[in-house]
Design a protein around this ligand. Sequence first.
Ligand code: SF4
Length: 393
Amino acid sequence: MLESPIVQPLRDTPLVTSISQLREIFGAISDGQASMMQQVADRYTFRIPRFYLTHVLTNDPADPLWELALPGAAELGDPGTERWDAFQLPEKAVEHPRWVQKYRYEALLRITDYCSGLCRYCYLKNRDVTPGCISHHEIDDMFTQAEASPHRHRLRELIFSGGDPLAAPAAVIEHLADRVQRLNKMVQRRITVSIHTREPVWNPDSVIERGHLLPALAKLAPSSYVLHVVHPREVTPELLQAMHALVTNAVERPPLMMCQHPLFKGISDDAAIITEMYDRLDSGPVVMKPYYLIHPFPDGTLPQHRLTLLESQQILRKLASAPGTRVPLLTVPTPMGKCVIGPWEELVDRGGHYLLHTKDGVPVKYSTGSVYDPAESRQNIPIMPSISRGSAG
Ligand code: SF4
């Protein structure tokens, strides 16, 4: 048997990783701003692909996308309390830090902690992440457990997430493909794979030109890609080409291409901006289905970008009169799982909170405000006392 290679995340992309490099490209950064950025970068990693700087951002400190992609002073006030992976089902199919399972039918695999760019709102910045890229040994460990688990027959989908799975080495994707195929021979219904990625936005050439990545993805044969795009300006011709490459790469069934995007006050909290983004994503050769419209995460989201649930619902209302295939699901991330809110659902203030339900019925009290409330940390989030998990079979 071959030894598992030590795999490293992709590191050879043309990245900008220092404030001095950044200033060479963006001369509009003042000395004072550079000093603040350096202070933030000393605390949180700074990394961004050159492509994104030169094709998406502008050399203008008033560019609202700077707040999402470049170090900003607001990050210094981030409480750093995010612990979204802590709540999981007791009957997980697999016990492993990279296997996150909140629902019986779906598990999320943290393939790597690496993305070519590091979003300034990302919870990965300061949480307890499983470091590095998944090894062959870890893949074998997880899938061998899954094959032996009595709960494997309930699984319908594996979400490959991260970090960014498309920044992982092709050998990792290939090995995952082998083990997914093997697991699928041992279950009654096929378990599909969905890849959540932002790599084609950050660095589209890396998706198309990296040797062995596309063949490995063809072998994996994901059923869908869920692209993380936040603004119409991110929809470059190169992104549309990368989407096309991913879809036409399939040997048999072309994958579904969908997008998901968090809402950010002052940047993307406008139905017209969102519709323009959907139109641009759909202007190329690939059909794009809007999937999740994500209410701002209580953690990670910078204070100036937070919205109340009512504000997010108002945005959905303006999007809801489009054809059904163009209407996203408004999703509220909570430690218990995702809650989906309808455009005209009545949100009743029950004393500072709404009563929401996760996809599989777990009641969650959710703040009516937009400001992060430390009481909503993992340990203290108020759930209904009699029910600690979903009851769907
Ligand atoms: S692409 Fe996703 S995982 Fe990567 S830094 Fe951005 S939000 Fe985090």
